[in-house]
Design a protein around this ligand. Structure first.
Ligand SMILES: [Fe+2]
Length: 376
C-alpha cells in the first residue's frame, strides 16, 4: 500500500501526555505537587517577567531550584551543562518534579535531562540518544512542560532537537524516543502574554508550519487533518490581532490553542518538507526556527497544491476555496503580520538544489507533493 493512501485505512494515535489548557492553568497545576518539590528549568530573564515570576512566588518552599538557560540553540553541550546543575537538585528525596517553563529550547533540554543516572555522570547522557527504552538504573523524574511561547508544540512531542556544535559543520541530532513524552503539558496562555512581538510572530509562524506540514504529510489521518487545518486557520486569524493588541489575552489564547492543536497533530505525523528546508538556514545563517520554516512555506505550498485531491481539499479550506493561489495568499498575509524575510533577502538562489536535497531528508520524505524528479 502506498504511504499516500495509508490515511484512508486504519491509523493509530498514541499520546501519553496529560494536557491541561486554560488561563491560569499553570497556577492550578502547582496545587497537585502536594508536598512534592520541583526544579524549574527556564530561560534567561524569566524570573523578571510577570507571570513566570508570579509562578515562582506561588511555588514557595516547593521550589528547590530555578535554573535559567541562555537564549539560542538547544545543543548537546548545553544539555550536559544544565544536567550537571539540575541533577543534584532533582536528587533530593521528595520525588522531585522537573518543570520545563519556556520555549522550544527549554522544553527540548528538559525532555533530555529528566532521566538521571545513579552515578550522576553527565558523560553518560549520549547513551539516551540511542536507547529504545530508558536505560536500567536511570531515574525518570516526573516532567511537566509549560510553554511560554505559542508555537513549538514541544510539550506534546516525544523528541528534542539538539544541535551538535562540536562537529564542523554543526549537525542536527535528535533525542527521539517513544518514551520521551512529558507526563504533563500545561498550556497557560497567560505565560505567553509577556512575549516580545518578534517571538509571538515567529512562534505563531512555526505553529502555522506545523499545521500545514500535517496537511501535506503522507502520514496524515482524519484526526490530524482536522486538528492541523483548524490550527492553520486560527493562526491566520489570530496573529494579526495578537500583534495589534499585545495586552489582549483573547488572541494569545487562540494562538496557544492553535499551537497545541498543531503540536498534537504533528506529534503523530511529524513535519515535512518546509522543516527539512529550514534546518540549514538555522544552522548556517542563524535564522530563528519559526522564520526559517515560514520563509519556505509559500514555495512548499506551491509544490503541494494540485498534486493530491485530499491535500487540495484540506488546503482549499485555508483561503476561501483557493488552492493554487494559496501560496500568494500566504505571501500577502506575511506582509500583513510584518514578516518580510524572503529567500532573496537571505541570498538563497539555489532553490532547486535545496529542495531536491530536502526531499531526500527524513522529514522531506513525509511530503505529499511534487517529487524530486519533477521540475521545481
Ligand atoms: Fe517547527
Amino acid at each position: 500500500m502506498a504511504a499516500s493512501q495509508a490515511h484512508l485505512n486504519a491509523y493509530s494515535w498514541h499520546l501519553p501526555v496529560a494536557i491541561e489548557f486554560g488561563l491560569g492553568s499553570a497556577f492550578e497545576a502547582l496545587s497537585s505537587l502536594r508536598g512534592r518539590r520541583a526544579v524549574v528549568l527556564s530561560f534567561q530573564g524569566a524570573d523578571r517577567l510577570e507571570y513566570p515570576a508570579r509562578l515562582m512566588r506561588s511555588m514557595g518552599d516547593a521550589l528547590v531550584d530555578w535554573v535559567e538557560i541562555p537564549d539560542g540553540l538547544s545543543t548537546l553541550d548545553l544539555g550536559r551543562q544544565v544536567a550537571a546543575q539540575v541533577w543534584p537538585a532533582l536528587a533530593s528525596p521528595y520525588q522531585t518534579v522537573l518543570i520545563g517553563l519556556g520555549g522550544g529550547s527549554v522544553m527540548d533540554v528538559a525532555k533530555w535531562i529528566r532521566h538521571r543516572p545513579a552515578c550522576g555522570s553527565v558523560d553518560r547522557m549520549g547513551q539516551l540518544l540511542g536507547c529504545s527504552a530508558p536505560p536500567p538504573g536511570w531515574t525518570p523524574h516526573e516532567l511537566w512542560l509549560m510553554p511560554t511561547t505559542a508555537g513549538t508544540g514541544s510539550e506534546v512531542t516525544p523528541w528534542s532537537t539538539l544541535w551538535d556544535t562540536d562537529t564542523h559543520p554543526a549537525a542536527k541530532r535528535s533525542f527521539d524516543q517513544p518514551w520521551a513524552y512529558a507526563d504533563r503539558a500545561v498550556v497557560d496562555p497567560l505565560l505567553s502574554l509577556t512575549c516580545p512581538q518578534a517571538v509571538v510572530r515567529h512562534s505563531a509562524l512555526d505553529a502555522l508550519g506545523h499545521g500545514l506540514e500535517v496537511l501535506w504529510n503522507r502520514h496524515r489521518n482524519p484526526m490530524s487533518v482536522v486538528l492541523g487545518l483548524d490550527a492553520v486557520r486560527t493562526v491566520i486569524r489570530a496573529l494579526p490581532d495578537a500583534l495589534r493588541s499585545p495586552e489582549d489575552p483573547a488572541p494569545r489564547r487562540a494562538l496557544a490553542q492553535a499551537a497545541l492543536q498543531a503540536g498534537v497533530a504533528f506529534s503523530q505525523t511529524r513535519t515535512a518538507l518546509a522543516h527539512a528546508l529550514s534546518y540549514p538556514l538555522t544552522l548556517e545563517q542563524g535564522v530563528d526556527h519559526g522564520a526559517a520554516v515560514a520563509v519556505w512555506l509559500p514555495l512548499t505550498w506551491g509544490l503541494a497544491a494540485g498534486h493530491h485531491p485530499e491535500v487540495d481539499h484540506a488546503l482549499s479550506q485555508v483561503w476561501d476555496g483557493q488552492v493554487l493561489q494559496g501560496a500568494q495568499r500566504l505571501q500577502d498575509w506575511f506582509l500583513e503580520v510584518g514578516f518580510e524575510l524572503s529567500l532573496d533577502s537571505l541570498g538563497i538562489h539555489d532553490v532547486q538544489e535545496r529542495v531536491h536535497a530536502a526531499l531526500a531528508h527524513e522529514r522531506g520524505r513525509n511530503f505529499e507533493g511534487r517529487g524530486k524528479d519533477e521540475r521545481i
